[in-house]
Ligand binder design. Structure first.
Ligand SMILES: [Zn+2]
Length: 479
């Protein structure tokens, strides 16, 4: 999420940047409807398309407007920490570049068509409240939440109230508009509490069923593959239009196929499509299945020095971050729920007793072994970061009883990395190495003696390697 706006845009989004783009709407929708009888769309109506978005400031009001193929019923509410406005919708097919919702770069000398006119901006300046001229909308995201559901998340610059949520015909299409106005802190907090309750009620009604534990006959170890982000939470937006949620899903699916082909594991995904899955749900899936291994897959992007930093990093969980970069990555990845417009939830899972502590220590030792195995195998075919094993407080790695690692495949802000991560040939060899590393881990599953030592200080030969995959993890450092 930290990349700036790229020079190039999605080709498919380019058309609507041109003047008179609305004239194109009718033929586009008409073409879609004309295809319907041949594609089965009529039997199972496809989600309506959203093809444009604009934000504008008018007087003291800020508006976010989506251009849609048809009107949808929207539920709007506010949330705090951080301050957000949420629009919950039935599923909408957003054909809009997610970069549209990123904050504008600091000085904005000339306005593109999404900005308010000079006159409107001047009038906004006169109103009290958030940054002059900028209005209440700091940034926004939109996308799928779950099958049949979509969401828009608006990051607010200050306390706001929802004036209205409306959908009305516009030439050739429909417009769904969220209108916000400044509000007092007290009024906002009261509304945000109501919003939190509203979301909790909706979540209870639609809680996904927990996966079943392995049946009695199934003795294969369960590996849970966890492609990061998804749906409304895009993850990092990189060069060459690369979007983290798609890059990591492709990688996880390719890795899962390799592991399944071995016949010796049961492979489960936390998501297999472009849906949002909360961090807590990802951990629950692994724990409910008594998983033997949890692998979360991500890709990073840097706003600054983006082209200088590259290579994969394997993270394990620790109470204290191994370094400032690990702390930054964990903080960023831990924001996934908040980015998707979920109310922050208290983590009440930690039980402080001796048995829990022993289990957790042993689990962390296994996590270190698999992390080391992965870096050892990875470097044979792909690039590692200069400091490839780090640790920090990743929420998604906190299952006390499931060995868990988080693989950052590389940096989508780096030219070479983005070329690799989006290449099927690279994916083929990188997933093969990852699968071999996992094989080596299961072939020799032994915890280390001293799990609390930082990974950087640990001898290389404590983990299975491509050259000596049968090395015992507990072996002394002499070999
Ligand atoms: Zn990520």
């Amino acid at each position: 999420m930290t990349m700036g706006r790229p020079e190039r845009k999605y080709a498919s989004f380019a058309a609507r940047r041109q003047p008179g783009r609305r004239l194109g709407l009718i033929p586009a929708f008409a073409a879609l409807l004309a295809l319907a009888p041949f594609t089965g769309l009529r039997a199972q109506p496809a989600p309506p398309l959203a093809i444009a978005v604009r934000s504008e400031v008018q007087g003291h009001e800020s508006r976010l407007t989506f251009t849609l193929q048809s009107c949808v019923q929207a539920e709007s509410y506010l949330l705090e920490t951080p301050n957000r406005a949420i629009l919950d919708l039935p599923e909408v097919n957003f054909q809009i570049d997610p970069r549209e919702g990123l904050p504008e770069p600091a000085p904005k000398p000339q306005k593109h068509r999404h900005r308010a006119s000079a006159k409107e901006t001047d009038s906004a300046k006169a109103t009290p409240g958030p940054a002059a001229g900028a209005g209440l909308i700091a940034s926004y995201r939109f996308g799928r939440l779950a099958p049949g559901k979509s969401r828009v998340v608006v990051d607010l610059t200050g306390p706001a109230s929802i004036v209205s949520t409306s959908c009305a015909p516009s030439p050739g299409a429909f417009e769904l508009t969220l209108t916000l106005a400044p509000a007092s802190e007290a009024a906002f907090k009261a509304a945000a509490r109501a919003g939190s309750e509203k979301q909790a009620r909706a979540t209870v009604q639609s809680a996904p069923p927990a996966p079943l534990p392995p049946s009695a006959g199934a003795q294969k170890p369960v590996i849970v593959l966890d492609p990061g982000h998804g749906g409304v939470d895009t993850g990092a937006l990189g060069r060459e239009h690369a979007i983290e949620k798609y890059v990591v899903l492709d990688f996880a699916k390719a890795l899962g196929a390799k592991l399944r082909a071995r016949g010796s594991y049961r492979v489960v995904f936390t998501r297999e499509d472009d849906s949002f899955v909360s961090l807590g749900q990802r951990v629950r899936i692994a724990r409910n299945l008594n998983a033997a291994l949890f692998v979360s897959v991500h890709a990073d992007a840097l706003a600054r020095d983006g082209d200088e930093v590259q290579g994969a990093t394997v993270y394990t969980v620790s109470d204290r971050a191994s370094d400032a970069e690990a702390a930054r990555v964990a903080e960023h990845e831990n924001k996934a729920d908040s980015a998707a417009g979920e109310e922050a939830k208290e983590d009440a899972s930690d039980v402080n007793d001796i048995l829990f502590e022993l289990t957790r220590r042993e689990t962390r030792a296994y996590s270190h072994v698999v992390a080391r195995s992965l870096t050892n195998y990875w470097k044979v075919a792909a690039r590692l970061n200069k400091n490839p094993r780090r640790s920090a407080g990743f929420v998604v790695l906190k299952a006390p009883d499931v060995p868990s690692i988080l693989l950052e495949l590389g940096y989508l802000s780096n030219e070479e990395d983005v070329a690799d991560l989006t290449s099927p040939a690279w994916r083929e060899k990188a997933t093969e190495q990852a699968a071999k590393a996992i094989d080596a881990f299961f072939a020799q599953r032994q915890p280390e003696k001293q799990p609390e030592i930082q990974p950087e200080n640990q001898p290389e030969n404590l983990a299975p390697t491509p050259d000596a995959p049968a090395l015992k993890a507990t072996q002394s450092t002499g070999n």
